[in-house]
Ligand binder design. Structure first.
Ligand code: SF4
Ligand code: SF4
Length: 180
């Protein structure tokens, strides 16, 4: 996932999801990391989390984002959605395209292809062909359309070494920022 960085938050963007045209590209390319609200939603829906997710070492995940290894994070893992051997997300409807749990999809999926900050749109992922399509929207409208307006951005759900999870809030804050 390589995001184009913007120097400061943009206040408007044009976007329209064209999943029938792109073949749900993001549901094949992206590695979706859950937060605690996503995991709670899965539980409410009766989704078997053990089947729907796979854990990945936090350092391994950070290295995918281009970050160097952090020794204090060894033993911690992020929780990602399972993919098949072709990279398709476990919830991708392979016959018709689209998401089988669209109304309850994880925060990461809702926010894609954007990352928002308090200043507006912080990043856009150029792999998404829906960028630049449709009507121009301000950030508030965009968040409504993406189903984000009532959700808070949360750090990733981390599992593993309990003592490490409690050791350093500053370190976890740094991890959160790296992931955004
Ligand atoms: S968000 Fe972008 S990449 Fe994902 S399905 Fe929609 S148009 Fe395709
Ligand atoms: S949960 Fe749904 S929206 Fe998210 S990657 Fe999987 S299929 Fe796509």
């Amino acid at each position: 996932m390589v995001f184009g960085r913007l120097l400061r938050g943009e206040g408007k963007a044009r976007f329209k999801c064209v999943y029938t045209e792109c073949g749900s590209l993001c549901c094949k390319k992206n590695l979706v990391v859950l937060n605690e609200d996503d995991a709670a939603a899965f539980e409410r829906l009766g989704i078997n989390i053990a089947e729907a997710t796979v854990n990945m070492g936090l350092n391994e995940f950070l290295s995918l984002l281009g970050s160097s290894q952090i020794k204090q994070l060894e033993g911690l893992e992020v929780v990602c959605l399972t993919k098949d051997s072709d990279g398709n997300c476990v919830f991708l409807n392979l016959e018709e395209g689209g998401c089988k749990i669209y109304d309850d999809r994880p925060y990461f999926c809702r926010e894609f292809p954007f990352k928002f900050s308090k200043g507006g749109i912080k990043k856009k992922d150029p792999i998404c062909p829906g960028l630049g399509q449709g009507e121009e929207m301000d950030v508030s409208t965009l968040k409504d359309v993406l189903g984000l307006s009532r959700l808070d951005v949360k750090p990733p759900l981390l599992v593993g070494d309990e003592s490490k999870l409690k050791t350093s809030k500053a370190l976890m804050g740094m991890v959160f920022r790296l992931m955004r």
